[in-house]
Design a protein around this ligand. Structure first.
Ligand SMILES: [Zn+2]
Length: 591
């Protein structure tokens, strides 16, 4: 047994997948809308007894570990680690002794980092309860207790005594000051310890799986002249461009509503959630990245961007037109009144729902903003504007959307539509096609499987479901006559059988490469109605009937060769095989 088998034996794929997708029973299987690509008709299938999944839309597939690796965009080992933590599995000593993966999972430094961050976060949360000034500040900003608890807001006191307490606390959990320094929570100067977070309100930042990973600290005293925010520095476990504040708590809602609100700051996020816009996340004081949008695209199709209603906010929103090619998302801009941010707007009692219904598509917003005051621009400026607009619109894959937007530009700028279409076509049509190809990658495994005749797939499915029923001579025959992907799997099955005394599906599955695992999941979920042992004989005969002509030709060649070599034993064997198969097929009226 290895780590992966150990996990799979204790974690149900249905439980795990259900955290990401809603599954409904469909015969022996479960089906749901795929969490990895956008679709309306469910093509995501899970087999509870084989513990595998396959999506007929985006062709992802594999076991529970492959599922987590894909869902959380991590390696197989990280996925294993996640499952061990999530389901609180205790790894047996035996496994830890011999399995490198198991050792890595147990001794992972990241785990200690997360643990340390959690200790600090919860300690700061306690400190907030004891310190009235920062609490009053939050109260003045109208954040209630529920919100403070929801985000586990905290306060980092500015006293040597408090720092001593924190150091004492972490020591009890076998951490040292050095760990705090390494995590950039504490700094040292000539033997004195201090924290860059001191006297700041603390916003703990969790990763997508809810592990405390970093902190944001905000000043709250009006006379505090330090920068408004101090964020944890990036480290191997924390990278600003891939984290979203509030994501772990919001992800279920984001998935359910198929929509997410994206704001710029911690306080905006707090205000949104407090006002029941629970599917809200915030970037961490930096511009939104493709990585963040990709993360969101796995959970929702619609993103509402709510940035400050000032010039900088507008500029930031325009940047999204450059980002959204890379992701399968619909972006809409919610425009706030000038001078407002989501927090100030909501706390004043503004009606955000109205603004959301009036949200404009990112491209419409882009045209409106870029072409503003077009009539009064100089010729040179006008040409610049048109060029800028066409460059973006030319990249859009959907021809209908392209047309609609060009019509809008035509109207806004008073230029004939046909002129714009011609100009647009001249603008980098190649880049558009390249982008299109990037978006629809065809996994090699699926490509390969397309070429395989259905009969072979069915036959293979029965064999995998009844591994011990297959006779050696039939196996030989199949290895000779099936197409490459099936043949490779059968060869692997034979080696596995030789290697182990008893063999079952999960043991065999573990021997496969990641690509083969996807292939296997697809095969099995595509042909699940042929699982029963009673089908083996029937499908095998059908396959033999189909290949009868080649078999006859091959037999002749083999026979000739054996005769030349004067190999009597071989001649006898070839003849017997031929006679037996012929008899079988004739008796069934197949030839
Ligand atoms: Zn899919």
């Amino acid at each position: 047994m290895n780590l992966f088998n150990f996990i799979k034996g204790r974690v149900s794929i249905v439980d795990v997948v259900s955290e990401y997708a809603t599954l409904k029973k469909a015969g022996l299987y479960l089906k749901g809308v795929c969490p990895f690509h956008h679709e309306k008709t469910p093509s995501f299938t899970v087999s509870p007894h084989k513990e595998i999944f396959y999506c007929f839309g985006c062709h992802s597939g594999g076991d529970v570990i492959a599922f987590i690796a894909k869902a959380e965009q991590c390696t197989q080992l990280e996925a294993a680690q996640h499952l061990v933590e999530r389901y609180q599995l205790t790894l047996p000593e035996e496994l830890l002794k011999y399995d490198h993966d198991a050792q890595a999972v147990r001794n992972d430094d990241r785990k200690r980092y997360w643990q340390l961050c959690q200790l600090v976060a919860l300690w700061c949360h306690e400190q907030l309860k004891k310190n009235t000034q920062p609490r009053n500040y939050l109260e003045k900003r109208k954040f209630n207790q529920v919100t403070i608890e929801h985000f586990k807001l905290g306060y980092f006191p500015n006293s040597p005594q408090a720092l001593k307490e924190l150091i004492e606390l972490i020591r009890q959990h076998h951490f040292f000051v050095q760990d705090l320094i390494q995590a950039n929570i504490v700094s040292e100067n000539k033997g004195h310890y201090f924290s860059p977070f001191a006297d700041r309100i603390i916003f703990p930042i969790k990763d997508a799986m809810g592990r405390y990973s970093a902190f944001g600290g905000r000043i709250y005293r009006p006379d505090d002249e330090r920068p408004k925010y101090y964020n944890s520095k990036e480290n191997p476990y924390f990278n600003k461009g891939s984290f979203l504040f509030g994501f772990d708590a919001a992800k279920k809602q984001i998935q359910q509503q198929n929509a997410v609100f994206l704001v710029e700051g911690y306080l905006d996020c707090l205000a949104m959630v407090q006002h029941q816009f629970v599917n809200t996340v915030a970037t961490l004081g930096t511009a939104c990245t493709t990585e963040q949008l990709k993360l969101l695209s796995r959970y929702a199709q619609q993103v509402y961007v709510l940035y400050d209603g000032d010039q900088a906010g507008k500029q930031a929103m325009l940047r999204f037109t450059q980002l959204c090619w890379h992701v399968n998302l619909e972006l809409a801009i919610v425009e706030l009144p000038t001078g407002e941010d989501p927090d100030s707007f909501l706390q004043k009692g503004g009606n955000l729902t109205d603004l959301v219904t009036q949200a404009s598509d990112i491209f419409v917003f882009f045209i409106d903003s870029t072409a503003k005051g077009f009539a009064n621009k100089t010729l040179h400026e006008k040409m610049e504007v048109i060029r800028e607009l066409l460059e973006i619109i030319a990249k859009i894959d959907d021809p209908l959307k392209k047309d609609i937007l060009l019509q809008q530009v035509a109207k806004r700028c008073d230029i004939p539509f046909t002129v714009l279409v011609n100009e647009c076509n001249r603008h980098s049509p190649q880049t558009a096609t390249i982008k299109l190809q990037e978006q629809v990658p065809s996994p090699p495994a699926t490509q390969v499987l397309k070429e395989v005749p259905l009969l072979e797939k069915k036959l293979f499915s029965v064999i995998i479901n009844n591994m011990n029923l297959l006779k050696n001579e039939d196996e030989e025959y199949l290895i000779e006559y099936t197409s490459p992907p099936i043949r490779d799997l059968l060869l692997k099955l034979r080696t596995t059988k030789d290697e182990y005394e008893t063999i079952d599906f999960s043991l065999f599955f573990e021997q496969l490469s990641p690509d083969e695992k996807v292939l296997m999941s697809q095969l099995l979920l595509e042909c699940y109605e042929y699982e029963g042992p009673e089908n083996l004989d029937y499908l095998l005969s059908q396959f033999q009937k189909k290949n009868w002509k080649s078999f006859v030709t091959d037999t002749k060649i083999k026979l000739n060769r054996a005769k030349q070599e004067n190999n009597v034993q071989s001649i006898q064997k070839i003849l017997t095989q031929f006679q037996e198969l012929k008899q079988k097929l004739v008796s069934r009226g197949l030839i």
